[in-house]
Design a protein around this ligand. Structure first.
Ligand code: DP6
Length: 366
């Protein structure tokens, strides 16, 4: 496997004209979770996700030759039109880590303008959409400054590899439909270093599956995903968990192909609860779900019992619930959300989303 290190990606700066590149990249929701990593952003187990449609980051990367060749990286990042020092620092660190792959990053000055489609205060993670949008801008930049890739799949593999270095789950956002990250014996081409698309084998029922995100709490979470991953190293259930996640990713792929919505839901919910059980059994233990998360879970279970409809939930590393269901029952489910669940959400807010087609390169002038 190539690690993409390439000292020849150095510019003759007198030949470079300033330019801008813009990508919109979506978030994704893990069906089988990535939780635990090692080495340089390598996952302890394979994971599989749906790529979303509405929740996305729009990023424009503008570049010009650096006036004075200096040390380190020259980048500033504006989020929603305002300078954001935290993200500027994170991007600087990210670009610095990429120097062995992209030595030209220190020859240019960068201005990044980024915004999210979801409200900043919504408390939903934006690292998957944000890091994948940035990685796509960088790989397009490589194409503009050097040579085009042989084909789309090489372009995507490199974008996914770079996105992974920024944030693990971001590597799955490069593809529409569904994506797998992590080596899986049964999936040819799968890798720990980048995600691969599995949308071609997605049953019709899943192609426009809904994901409504209930915002139970918009507060910043107390323990970051980064810290949570590292607590897995001391978790007594870690080994069993990694084996379970491998089996489940395998089974989930079969389920996605066959369109079995009930089995899909069973794995989905167990994955969410397992993820939070791992947090509770880490040392020190911590709890990210809120009382209202549990209340809504009970209501969903009751709703399923009463109606027999395949409405299931999952959770990220936070208190908010993702409600997944086929488009054929959208009218009933939305009524249920409005009438029985919104009360438990902060400011009665939820975001309606669904499986999407993946990132899009946009015109800079748009
Ligand atoms: C619970 O990708 O946010 O959402 O690699 O440290 O950036 P880093 O972690 P991150 O972890 C996501 C964890 C998860 C499960 C998943 O998306 O698979």
């Amino acid at each position: 496997m190539s690690d993409y290190k390439n000292l020849s990606l150095t510019l003759i700066t007198s030949e470079v004209k300033p330019g801008s590149i813009r990508w919109r990249s979506p978030s994704n929701i893990a069906l089988v979770k990535y939780w635990g990593k090692h080495g340089v952003q390598l996952p302890r187990n394979p994971s599989v996700s749906f790529t979303l449609d509405g929740a996305a980051t729009d990023t424009t990367l503008s570049y010009s030759v650096r006036e004075v060749a200096g040390e380190g990286i020259d980048v500033v990042l504006h989020l929603d039109g305002e300078l954001n020092e935290g993200f500027t620092e994170r991007t600087k660190r990210f670009f610095k880590e990429l120097l062995p792959i992209y030595p030209f990053l220190k020859q240019l000055s960068f201005k990044i303008k980024t915004s999210n489609s979801f409200p900043h205060s919504a408390g939903i993670a934006s690292s998957a959409s944000g890091m994948s949008a940035l990685a796509l801008c960088l790989v397009s930049l490589e194409e503009e400054l050097f040579e085009p890739f042989k084909d789309r799949s090489e372009f995507n593999a490199k974008a996914s590899y770079l996105a992974r270095l920024g944030s693990g789950s971001a590597c799955r956002s490069i593809y529409g439909g569904a994506a797998v990250w992590g080596t899986l014996a049964a999936l040819k081409g799968s890798s720990d270093e980048f995600a691969v698309p599995v949308s071609e084998s997605l049953h019709r029922v899943f192609q426009d599956y809904h994901d409504d995100i209930l915002l139970i709490s918009k507060s910043e979470k107390l323990v970051s995903s980064r810290a949570g991953h590292s607590l897995m190293d001391g978790n007594p259930y870690a080994t069993a968990r990694y084996a379970q996640a491998t089996r489940r990713t395998d089974e989930m792929l079969t389920v996605l192909r066959q369109g079995k919505v009930e089995r899909f839901g069973e794995i989905l919910e167990s994955e969410a609860l397992t993820l939070h059980a791992l947090m509770m059994s880490s040392y020190p233990p911590y709890i990210l779900i809120r009382p209202n998360t549990l209340t809504v879970i009970e209501r969903i279970h009751q709703y399923r019992e009463d109606t027999g409809l395949p409405l299931y939930f999952t959770l990220d590393a936070g208190p908010n619930l993702h409600l997944l269901y086929p488009s054929s029952i959208a009218t009933e489910v939305k009524k249920f959300i409005r009438e029985q669940l919104l009360y438990f959400c902060e400011d009665n807010m939820y975001l309606a989303d669904r499986v999407g087609k993946g990132p899009e390169r946009l015109d800079v002038s748009e």
